[in-house]
Design a protein around this ligand. Structure first.
Ligand code: BT5
Length: 305
């Protein structure tokens, strides 16, 4: 992790001297974290930091916003900072990611033009509640996108679709200590202005961007601002354990409930059925062919036409 962070510093600070790097290398983790933070406070032209900071209506989400030109993954940087004691609400944004992460080791394509960001969360909650953070984040993303005029729908558990094409994905990674959540990193990718042709061919048909849908460029700063404001509202509900309120919103924007689906699971098995409802721990309840109800905790959801 230390080595990775030093690479990050090199990539983001062309002027960093060899001596400084060596000095950093010899210092403790906290010193590296300090340098990583300083780098993230530099001006990166694609986001208007002043506007972002001045217009945020949040109390703690975005109290610290770190912006980079390039990182391997904003989730990894946020994880490093959380380990080094960064506060809840710290936001890590990057113009591009060289190794953007999806779930289960999958790759998330992250060229410039997208919103790639992660938030450090420290909820005082049992680890079993972590999947609800993904659903809550989905609610915040979908509300943000609907507010700018697209027909965004949530596909269980972590995708946001527009007309059946993926526009956004969420990656929630939790660190657990003795039956409680130590911290959670929630990562959000939104295909904003990126050029679809920059992505692998097999993906091009399955995904969309906001620019494609709206035929205009959405300003990154505005989009991040709207999302962080929405996120704090729904995350507060999560912390107050008002799970039903979150799930009510989730159901209204769901593309999954009421559809025939196949859930592919990591161990190679798959379950097919009618998606009846979402339960209050965030799992999906399917009605199988034989009428049995089956609870599915995670997996890749394919919606059958
Ligand atoms: C996700 O995983 O959808 C989670 C994506 C989270 C990305 C954010 S960006 C900021 C933060 N930092 C990170 O490193 N990650 C988070 P999953 O459900 O496993 O979906 C992955 C699949 O989505 C891939 O296998 C592709 O099929 C597809 N995919 C890859 N890149 C995409 C893109 N830019 N847009 C739409 N689909 C994509």
């Amino acid at each position: 992790m230390k080595k990775k962070m030093l690479e990050l510093l090199k990539k983001n600070r062309e002027d960093i001297s060899k001596t400084t790097l060596n000095e950093i290398l010899n210092n403790e983790e906290k010193e590296i974290a300090k340098a990583v933070k300083e780098t993230g406070l530099q001006t990166i032209e694609y986001i208007n930091r002043e506007k972002l900071e001045n217009s945020l209506k949040t109390k703690y989400i975005g109290n610290e916003i770190l912006i980079y030109k390039e990182v391997d993954s904003t989730n990894s940087v946020a994880e490093f900072l959380a380990e080094s004691g960064s506060d809840e609400g710290t936001v890590v944004i990057s113009k591009l990611q060289s190794q953007g992460k999806g779930r289960h080791g999958r790759k998330w394509e992250s060229p410039s033009g997208g919103i790639w960001l992660s938030i450090i969360l420290k909820p005082d909650m049992a680890p079993s509640k972590a999947p609800l953070i993904t659903l809550a984040t989905g609610v915040a993303v979908a509300k943000t996108l609907i507010s700018i005029g697209v027909d965004a729908r949530i596909k269980w558990p972590n995708d946001i679709l527009i007309h059946d094409k993926k526009v956004s994905g969420i990656l929630t990674e939790a660190s657990v200590k003795v039956n409680t959540i130590d911290y959670v990193i929630v990562g959000v990718g939104i295909n904003n202005n990126l050029d679809i042709k920059m992505l692998p061919e097999e993906l091009q048909k399955k995904i969309t961007t906001l620019k494609n849908e709206l035929q205009i460029k959405v300003a990154e700063t505005e989009l991040i601002l709207k999302f962080l404001n929405e996120f704090e509202k729904v995350y507060n509900l999560f912390k107050e354990e008002k799970f039903e309120e979150i799930l009510d919103d989730w159901r209204k924007m769901s593309e999954t409930i009421g559809r025939f689906v196949e859930i592919k699971q990591t161990h190679g098995k798959s379950v097919k059925g009618y998606a009846v409802r979402i339960s209050n721990d965030g799992s999906l309840i399917l009605k199988e062919k034989d009428g049995n109800l089956k609870k599915v905790i995670s997996g890749e959801c394919l919606i059958k036409k």
